[in-house]
Write a protein of this length. Structure first.
Length: 320
């Protein structure tokens, strides 16, 4: 399909707002740019309350925000550990506040949005270590969050999808915790091979080649191997036994091919996968409800998929 007309208009508006020669963005510029972009989320979640806290991490406290949908009782609900996007350089619980609240409402899960450490101040593997530590802490202390530990979802968008995939692979390798499902939204999963979609949409498609390269340069220390599965989780050799995967990709997204490839890889390994590649859409479209009606649609779809996965896990737990 062609590029969605509203997405095309949005990209033209973004290009007009930043004319001139393309240069590698600094970390500060990247953060400012993402913060402005996320203002287009404007998603209202009126039946969700939010509280802030900290949990212990490998280098000190990790801030988080807990979103609790309105419920008729205090029984434990499904839980959703969420990692924001931003190339491991930008983003925060603040930039993704509306999206996190919308996901909590759509999924009926208590959602913990994790403010993991960012590069270049904290290079790889700091973000990975924080993501693993946060997920394990939530799983161990699920009751204190009002969460049923048997119904835990791990997810994220863009680079947050990278972290979610890495956490699930880590849990699979070390049998450290049970995860009911992983939810990957426009995930960045491979830096070892340049895919056709990265070539085709290298410029003028919201996130481009220069930004991806700048993020990676800020994130990785000298000598890091981009084939490391903690950087490129698509390169994992054994994905059998990973949790149910909910994967959403976009047709005009540079990282489309790696998300699609991961869905195929998981399916081939016998993992239950629900995958949708959204026609005519661009990277981060789910977070642009102010300009793209499809954003609200995909959040509703994710809500249904997560609720189904969590319900299936609850049934399995009760049956066993």
């Amino acid at each position: 399909m062609p590029l969605d007309p509203l997405a095309k208009r949005f990209l033209a508006m973004m290009a007009a707002a930043s004319p001139g020669t393309r240069t590698r963005p600094t970390a500060s510029e990247r953060r400012q740019s993402l913060a402005k972009l996320m203002q287009f989320a404007r998603t209202e979640a009126t039946d969700v309350t939010a509280t802030d806290g900290v949990l212990p991490g490998p280098a000190g406290d990790i801030p988080y925000r807990l979103y609790s949908p309105a419920r008729d009782d205090d029984t434990p609900s499904g839980g959703f550990v969420f990692f924001h996007g931003g190339g491991m350089v930008a983003g925060s619980i603040e930039t993704h506040d509306r999206i996190a609240a919308a996901l909590a409402e759509a999924t009926s899960c208590r959602l913990i949005s994790v403010d993991y450490r960012l590069a270049p101040e904290h290079k790889f593997p700091a973000a990975v270590e924080d993501a693993i530590a946060a997920t394990e802490f939530v799983a161990r202390n699920a009751a204190s969050f009002g969460i049923d530990a048997e119904r835990l979802v791990v997810g994220g968008d863009s680079a947050g999808g990278t972290l979610a995939a890495v956490v699930c692979q880590h849990a699979q390798r070390h049998a450290s915790l049970a995860i009911a499902a992983q939810c990957l939204i426009c995930p960045v999963l491979d830096f070892e091979e340049i895919s056709p979609s990265r070539e085709a949409f290298a410029d003028d498609h919201l996130i481009g080649k220069m930004t991806l390269q700048a993020d990676l340069a800020d994130y990785l220390p000298d000598g890091a191997d981009v084939a490391d599965v903690r950087i490129s989780p698509l390169r994992a050799l054994n994905v059998k036994g990973l949790p149910t995967a909910i994967i959403h990709t976009a047709e005009f997204d540079p990282v489309r091919d790696e998300g699609n490839a991961y869905a195929r890889k998981l399916l081939a390994a016998g993992v239950n996968v629900e995958h949708i590649c959204h026609d005519g859409m661009i990277h981060n479209f789910h977070a642009m409800g102010a300009v793209l009606p499809q954003a609200r649609l995909v959040l509703s779809q994710i809500g249904e998929q997560v609720r189904r996965a969590v319900s299936a896990r609850e049934f399995e737990s009760n049956f066993n």
